[in-house]
Design a protein around this ligand. Structure first.
Ligand code: ATP
Ligand code: MG
Length: 398
């Protein structure tokens, strides 16, 4: 996978940017608040059609442009995939509903033809490391689920459709639960929603179980290298509905995550449906759905200890780096393409030997990597020699 050209119009603090992207590593240098992170965010948006960063797409539209009632932010990329060149264009368009509420919608064109967002996610592939993403390790379960979902959406064509369908069924089931518990009524109305929830939820779970298993294999090896053998990293997925029977009488050991990747989606669906029906009374009392992928947890264990609760800053940071490099390998194995690697301030907080190790590894593991920094003294002379350098100043590239 290779990004060859990027154009932005009214995206964040870029009024207009048009740049050829070299095949080598690119070092994006600039003072604070000049647009380094925004540039990486733009490239990642082309892959996931989602910003890890913004709460709504509207925040991506340039402030000044956004005063215009018909404001549009435009992202265009030319990239090579499987030896063929493609063009992707995404427009984020501001709209006003009839009652004056502002929102945005996306228009997507792949090689000139209009597409649905779900059809295009992952056509261009990228892996992004942002310091804010440390929350994947030490933030809430929602951060971790979102991480998995964004990664899976890029390699699994059906995943985002299954997930968004699951979420919309979930909203409707919850609304019905509340309605039944407030006003009473025939509980069998839930059957229809239970079935649809189980069907989509099982697909989501099966994909996540498999991804966890594959990611963990890559992560374990990479982490061994990055910590020079000092720490063993494990990924432990803890489902609210577990297709495996609970071990009798004993709590599962934290450092022995369970492999659920061999369980078929059909089997998950049957078990999940039964569990939903069993939990119905409780769900009615609470007015919300207690079981399913929206309630699951993922934990990162360093030498058997939950890094989210007990990890040091450096441990959390190294675990996240491992995870991102594992994601890259995993996407490569799954799709035959090496994603473009986007690293924001990745060297900060690492000691000198870890910085050198990481830079070495980047050269070996990625086709194309874009890194930001406020200080290029952090980089080794060999790396600086091989990398192109972009200076960024107030949304302008030089
Ligand atoms: N929609 C928007 N329109 C215009 N400017 C924006 C918009 N969203 C963010 N900005 C501004 O763009 C500037 C660049 O932000 P960005 O996060 O890319 O900076 P950075 O170069 O990564 O800085 P740092 O080194 O501090 O991380 C910031 O001043 C930010 O407030
Ligand atoms: Mg930044």
């Amino acid at each position: 996978m290779q990004l060859k050209r990027l154009s932005l119009t009214h995206f964040r603090n870029f009024a207009r940017l048009d740049v050829q992207v070299p095949a080598s590593a690119v070092l994006i240098v600039g003072r604070n608040a000049q647009g380094k992170t925004s540039l990486l965010e733009a490239i990642y948006f082309l892959a996931t059609l989602n910003s890890f960063h913004a709460d709504t797409d509207r925040q991506l539209i340039n402030f000044i442009e956004a005063r215009n009632p018909l404001a549009v932010a435009r992202l265009q990329a030319t990239y090579e995939r499987n030896g063929r060149e493609h063009q992707l264009e995404i427009r984020v368009i501001k709209e006003q509903t009839r009652n004056g509420v502002e929102r945005s919608r996306k228009e997507v064109l792949l090689d000139g033809a209009k597409k649905k967002a779900n059809e295009v996610i992952g056509h261009f592939q990228a892996v992004l490391f942002l310091p804010q993403m440390l929350q994947i390790v030490d933030g809430t379960p929602r951060h971790r689920r979102r991480y998995l979902d964004l990664a899976l959406a890029q390699v699994h064509t059906q995943y985002s459709e299954n997930l968004s369908e699951y979420e919309s069924v979930l909203t409707q089931r919850n609304a019905l639960l509340r309605q039944l518990s407030e006003n009473g009524g025939d509980h069998s109305q839930l059957d229809f929603w239970d079935q649809r929830l189980a069907a989509r939820g099982a697909q989501v779970l099966a994909a996540r179980f498999r991804a966890i298993q594959e990611l963990e294999q890559a992560a374990a090896r990479l982490h061994h290298g990055l910590t020079r053998g000092a720490e063993v990293l494990r990924l432990s997925y803890q489902p609210s509905y577990d297709p495996l029977p609970a071990p009798a009488g004993q709590r599962m050991l934290l450092d022995a995550p369970t492999d659920r990747s061999g369980i078929s989606a059909e089997k998950i669906e049957t078990g999940y449906l039964a569990a939903l029906q069993k939990a119905r009374r409780e769900d009615l009392a609470r007015g919300t759905t207690s079981l399913g992928p929206h309630r699951d947890e993922l934990r990162f264990l360093g030498n058997g200890i939950d890094l989210g609760s007990y990890g040091s800053r450096g441990q959390v940071r190294t675990a996240l780096l491992t995870l991102k490099l594992a994601e890259l390998e995993w996407m490569h194995a799954r799709s035959g393409q090496r994603p473009v690697l986007l690293l924001d301030e990745v060297l900060a907080e690492l000691d000198e030997s870890r910085r050198a190790d990481l830079l070495e590894r980047l050269k070996a593991n990625s086709d194309q990597v874009l890194l930001t920094t406020t200080d290029f003294n952090l980089f080794t002379p060999e790396f600086l020699e091989s990398a192109a350098r972009w200076e960024i100043d107030n949304g302008q590239l030089t």
